[in-house]
Design a protein around this ligand. Structure first.
Ligand code: ADP
Length: 766
């Protein structure tokens, strides 16, 4: 029903508009018809007026003419003249008014003719009066022609007037009809309009009512809704408050943990980390880490473990592992990690929490304990080994001492009993002496080792020729070699530089190596010894084709009290001390000793390298050449190299240091470089007053260096003094050095004063 009324509003308006359009149309038609009728009426009135006027004019003219005829007074002719003048004008006016009515126009033409006829007759009367006098004129008038014409005019005018009057009546009736029709339409239209407007108003009123009702209802609903929203908001605020409290609680737990606590999403991507965590992980800004896959921070081998722990936490089972991981700043740390699920209110796993504890210190302590345990075990084993070795050593020493003692005692007793003849007595004495010497050597070795252990072994340093102590050692072992028919082949460079060293100790070293070679080589074998200079070293090789050394024992061959096996002792004798002493003495000379063997039965080679020092040192300086006191080079010559700029080139760092210290002591300003190329670039920067160069250098030798320097097109450079300080001491080496461009050749080792003198002489300071 409501709907039907609502729908009526537009219909009512449409109807009202339709009605108004129809009313308007008919009103317009009525008004138009009324206008027409009024126009017609006015025109008819004008026609009647014009007809009257024409008739009156004509009557006035007739009257005037009669007056003239009687009086001959011209003023009576004025109406006639006026009628004559106005006649055509009136006819034309009537013609205009009657143009739509042909019948009346016909009558008008007739009327016009009658008018003209009447005026012509009147004219005739006037002329007759003027020309023929009053009597003639009265007779003419009395003839009645004028009257007849006048009657005709009246008849036509009357007819026309009656036609016009009847038309006027019709128009009036039409006008009335139009009025009454228009009134009816207006009344009906008015009533209809009022009805429709009322209906519309009623409907609008009702609609308004309904809208007001709806609005009230809406307001109520809104109020209700707002109330509910307010209640809900309050609930939410309360809930949020509670949540915030619990979050703050969680966060305070999160932040107060000393461990690295991280929140991860279900795929293991980082969401957040507590401050302490950032501290232990050495992270300054966590922002770049957000959304990063946590797994990727672990080493490749740990990734699977991390992945599995995340997967199990996602399914609701917390897991843990221990692994190593770098911090943001690259510090490697051990972590004990737990990954656990975080649930929402519905019991679903929504996040993961990972707690990593830095256990690096604990691990380090464990490792330290482990190491201590191992070292304690090692120490115990070493102690046991030492004990065993001491026992073995005592057994060996007893055995080694008793062997010659037994021989000596046996032969001594026989001598005591005088049971021997002359030859036998001599042999007994020789045997006793030989065994006593052997025993003496054993005791010497023991004493040497105890001196070495106590740090009391002293060298008696002098400038010596290597060939001298090598030859002395060969001579000493010759009887033993001959006894086993072992050939000793020697290859010795005769032009070797002197070295600084203790001739007796170095002879002991060579003797030891040769003795071993002979001892461990079968009868009729061969032992080779070679001595040569290699750059700043003297290299001595002692090679035998005897027993050889197993790869297992080779690394221990220079250890004290070490022998290949017990059977060796029984078979070859010895205390296992010789090589330990060899190594110690060699190292005291700044040299090295190495053993090579391809294995048992394949012979052995021992290589000894002794340095050819650039400067001849005093006894105590040799073993500690790197820390020599400059003051120990107090010159005896009083040479002063003050202000001299010296450039020295040598590939041996020790030699460089030594030269610098010695020459600085004489007052020189020394620059040391370690290669020819460095020397050249130093040269370009600042030309020295004198150059001291080694000859044998790895990349480019001293000959090449001096040739390049001499090739520089500069007189000063060409004349610059240069000394070749080298281990190549043969005459041909000296000649080659001078030919290359050096002023002089000085062999290593040189006495400090000698070097200073050579420098002073070359620079004109002597
Ligand atoms: P010793 O000879 O008194 O036993 P060393 O210290 O001189 O003591 O030698 C230690 C060990 O090294 C020897 O017992 C031997 O086993 C081994 N050795 C040394 N020189 C040689 C060599 N030329 N050939 C084979 N083995 C050797």
């Amino acid at each position: 029903m409501k709907l039907a009324l609502e729908k009526l509003i537009p219909t009512a308006f449409l109807l009202a508009i339709g009605l108004l359009v129809i009313l308007g149309f008919f009103s317009y038609q009525s008004v138009k018809a009324t206008n027409n009728a009024i126009e017609w009426e006015m025109r008819t009135q004008q026609v009647l007026q014009a007809l009257n006027d024409s008739l009156i004019n004509l009557v006035d003219a007739e009257t005037g003419v009669r007056g003239f005829v009687i009086t001959s007074n011209e003023t009576f002719l004025e109406p006639y003249l006026k009628a004559e003048q106005d006649s055509s004008q009136n006819i034309n006016r009537l013609r205009e008014l009657l143009k739509d009515n042909p019948e009346q126009l016909q009558r008008l033409n007739n009327l016009e003719n009658l008018f003209n006829e009447k005026l012509r007759i009147s004219k005739q009367h006037i002329n007759t009066r003027r020309n023929e006098g009053e009597k003639a004129a009265i007779e003419t008038v009395s003839a009645g022609e004028g009257k007849a014409a006048m009657d005709k005019v009246r008849a036509v005018v009357s007819e026309m007037k009656s036609v016009e009057t009847s038309i006027l009546r019709e128009r009036e009736k039409e006008l009335k009809d139009n009025f009454s029709r228009a009134s009816i339409f207006l009344i009906i239209g008015g009533i209809g309009g009022i009805f429709l407007l009322t209906l519309g108003n009623v409907l609008i009123y009702r609609e308004n009512n309904k809208r007001t009702l709806a609005e009230t209802e809406l307001k109520n609903v809104n109020r209700d809704l707002e109330k509910r929203v307010a209640e809900r908001t309050k609930e939410i605020v309360e809930a949020n408050e509670a949540l915030r409290h619990s979050e703050e609680f969680n966060r305070s737990i999160f932040e107060s943990s000393p461990d690295c606590v991280k929140i991860l999403d279900l795929d293991g991507n980082l969401i957040s980390m507590n401050k302490n965590g950032m501290c232990v992980m050495e992270i300054d800004d966590f922002a770049p880490f957000i959304g990063k896959d946590w797994k990727e921070f672990w080493q490749d081998k740990e990734k699977q473990l991390v992945y599995e722990t995340i997967a199990s936490a996602r399914k609701g089972t917390a897991g843990n592992f221990v692994a190593i991981c770098d911090t943001a700043k690259g510090t490697s740390k051990w972590w004990e990690v737990t990954v656990a699920p975080v649930y929402n209110g519905e019991g679903d796993v929504v996040r993961l929490i990972s707690v990593s504890r830095d256990i690096s210190e604990r691990r380090a302590a464990e490792a330290e304990r482990e190491k201590l345990l191992v070292s304690e075990k090692d120490a115990r084993r070493d102690a046991e080994t030492a004990n065993r070795m001491r026992d073995e050593f005592l057994a060996t020493v007893s055995h080694e001492l008793r062997n010659p003692l037994n021989a000596m005692l046996g032969w001594a007793r026989l001598l005591q009993k005088n049971q021997l003849d002359g030859d036998a007595s001599r042999k007994a004495v020789e045997t006793i002496v030989r065994n006593a010497e052997s025993q003496n050597r054993l005791i010497e070795d023991l004493l040497d080792v105890s001196r070495i252990i106590a740090g009391k072994l002293r060298l008696d340093i002098a400038t010596i020729q290597p060939n001298d102590f090598v030859q002395a050692a060969i001579d000493a072992v010759k009887p033993a070699a001959e006894a086993k028919n072992i050939r000793i082949e020697t290859s010795i460079d005769e032009d070797l530089n002197n070295i600084s060293g203790d001739a007796n100790r170095l002879q002991q070293v060579i003797w030891n190596l040769l003795s071993n070679a002979i001892k461990f080589t079968p009868k009729n074998g061969e032992v080779k010894i070679s001595v040569e200079a290699l750059n700043s070293m003297i290299e001595i090789n002692i090679k035998d084709d005897g027993l050889g050394i197993s790869p297992d024992f080779l690394p221990h061959v220079f250890d004290r009290f070490r022998q290949a096996d017990a059977s060796t002792i029984k078979k070859f004798g010895g205390l296992g001390l010789g090589l330990a002493i060899v190594r110690h003495i060699t190292e005291m000379h700044g040299g090295t000793v190495e053993a090579f063997s391809e294995g048992e039965g394949k012979g052995s080679t021992f290589t000894l390298k002794l340095p050819i020092l650039a400067i001849a040192l005093e006894a105590e300086q040799v073993s500690s050449s790197k820390e020599i006191e400059a003051s120990s080079f107090v010159g005896k010559t009083g040479i002063d190299l003050n202000g001299l700029y010296i450039l020295t080139v040598d590939d041996e760092p020790d030699t460089c240091q030594l030269l610098e210290q010695v020459l600085t002591h004489y007052g020189a300003n020394v620059k040391t470089v370690m290669s020819a190329s460095e020397a050249l670039s130093e040269f370009v920067q600042k030309q020295p007053d004198i150059l001291i160069s080694d000859i044998g250098m790895p990349e480019e030798d001293g000959y090449s260096l001096i040739q390049k320097i001499r090739a520089i097109p500069d007189n000063k450079t060409k004349k610059m003094p240069a000394i070749a300080l080298t281990a190549f001491a043969r005459p041909q080496d000296r000649m080659k050095a001078l030919a290359a461009g050096f002023q002089t050749h000085v062999s290593k080792p040189v006495e400090p004063d000698e070097l200073a003198t050579v420098i002073a002489s070359l620079t004109g300071r002597l």
